[in-house]
Ligand binder design. Sequence first.
Ligand code: GP9
Ligand code: MN
Length: 641
Amino acid sequence: MKNVMSSKIGFFTVAVLAIWLKSYLIYLYEFNLDIQNSMQQFLLFFNPLSSALILLGIALFAKGRKAGLFVIILHGLMSFLLYANVVFYRFNTDFITIPTLTQTSNFGSLGGSIASLVAWHDLLYLVDIVLLVAMYIWAKPNWSPMRMQKRKPMLIIMAGMLAFVVNLSLAEADRPQLLERTFDRNYIVKYLGAYNFTVYDAIQNVKTSTQRVLADSSDITEVENYTKNKYAEPNEDLFGVGEGKNVIKIHLESFQSFLIDYKLHGEEVTPFINSLVHDQSKDFTYYENFFHQTEQGKTADAEFIMDNSMYGLPQGAAFVTKGNNTYQALPAIMKQQQGYTSAVFHGDNKSFWNRDQIYKSFAIDEFYDSAYYNMSEEQVIGYGLKDKPFFKESMPYLESMSEPFYAHMMTLTHHHPYLIDEEDATIAPAETGDGSVDRYFQTARYLDESLEQFFNDLKESGLYEDSIIMIYGDHYGISQNHNRAMQELLGEEITPYKSAQLQRVPYMIKVPGVDGKGTVDDYAGQMDVMPTLLHLLGIDAQDYIQFGTDMFSEGHKEFVPFRNGDFMTPEYSKVAGVFYDTETGEAIENPTKEMQEMDETVKRELELSDTVLYGDLLRFYTPNDEWEPVDTSNYRYEKEE
Ligand code: GP9
Ligand code: MN
């Protein structure tokens, strides 16, 4: 012991081991990080090391005995950051982010109860600090008063960086695009640790605030001119027909339109959904040329687009990186204009995709996340709750909502890698040898059955008849990495053009009192859903900044931009830089002027949407006299016990 302590390096080593061990214990006992495999288990253990080496390593540049003091100070700061997260987590089941620190409302409610969030056993988290101080006092006289050769701390910091690179590569192997796609705070802490998460969060915030500071109120004018010009007047026969009706919006996870009427082993894969498409009772209208417009934010992008009629970002998820912007979202408009209450139902942790933050800006009243459901082992698979228990257990919550309501039901089981328990599989897998493609049909069948069960329950509860019901697919489920298997199943070559065609997702809608039109072939995208719904409710979409147009309107614009700049129209389309005849799929060598202009329009539309998000421009925009900016402090998604 004396030997170890007789050198600064020995003291430093003890400090590193202490913070490493403490961090790991806190991860295990204080946070619920949902470790799913041994790689995640290993990374959870490994991740504090790099931060400890780098941060405490810096202290060793200090002269002589002071180095020890700096080690203690940095160790103390790391401990403080970690402990602050522990306390914050106990209340919010989430980690501290810079915006949460500045939102005093978060702490307002926390202030009074902070005492109740501190536990006696927390004193244990101080033990290492006390020990380090004692050791320092005791061992310091033996230390050399000289500055350490710079080489040593340099080497230590480099070792820390190396550990970080190894850590990040292993994390990316387990969860590709971990940082680019900005999934979930839980994931970053699980894979990279609480300290790296803070650094990551700080970088994100500097980026965001610079863009925001550079924007001013005149920037919104150009956007407003564009959207007002694109706006399509409501169809007179339908304007307001749905006023005061409950709205139930159902999310079909990863559901692509090719599943509709698809037969595997001679059986329909989704007989119930097919029956809605070929609806004999004329309830539903089905859009066969409806496309998702999502990017890396996947589900979150779909939600974002459909509730704001704006594009997600080219990189990452707007839900996460623009989670504190000002919005004039569908739930807020419905609430302010017609007194709707709103809720989202989803059997996953509420912080995934930063939902628990951004939903406040959308003025979503209730968020029934996994905390509201029975998440026992047999009810859960993959990301979270299985769809059948999800719909079942949602019914009482749905029935308890005050009317009129806007309810968003988000399924989860039909999600990559399409895991399914044997007892839930009612169709044999496909036989391409590509596991996730083969199972895709099984989880689609399960989703189909769960939807049928939900429809039966809606009918029984009396909610079906008089509600507007919308069903949509959020994004593709089978990526281009699976072209070989898809080729086999679809019996045709998957060219880039065909891949773009496969971005069709279902959209169907039932409006009480209005006959469904069966299958319609108009081209539309997720962007168009919000103005369509607003007009059905009798709210003019014109007041708001929206990039989509009412699908039922005569003036509906039939071009569907994709987030990467490609687009579809009924006549021609652009895919990966090449124009095609949409009908024949033939490449067009000499695009007409109209096609080139469309290309420009699409680019401009995407850019304008991005400026709104980057500059947080809606804070400068007042839609109409009645509009009240959303006060996020009115919303909280903690389940009351
Ligand atoms: C997670 C779920 C899945 O809560 O919404 O998201 P995805 O991976 O499809 O974006
Ligand atoms: Mn999804």
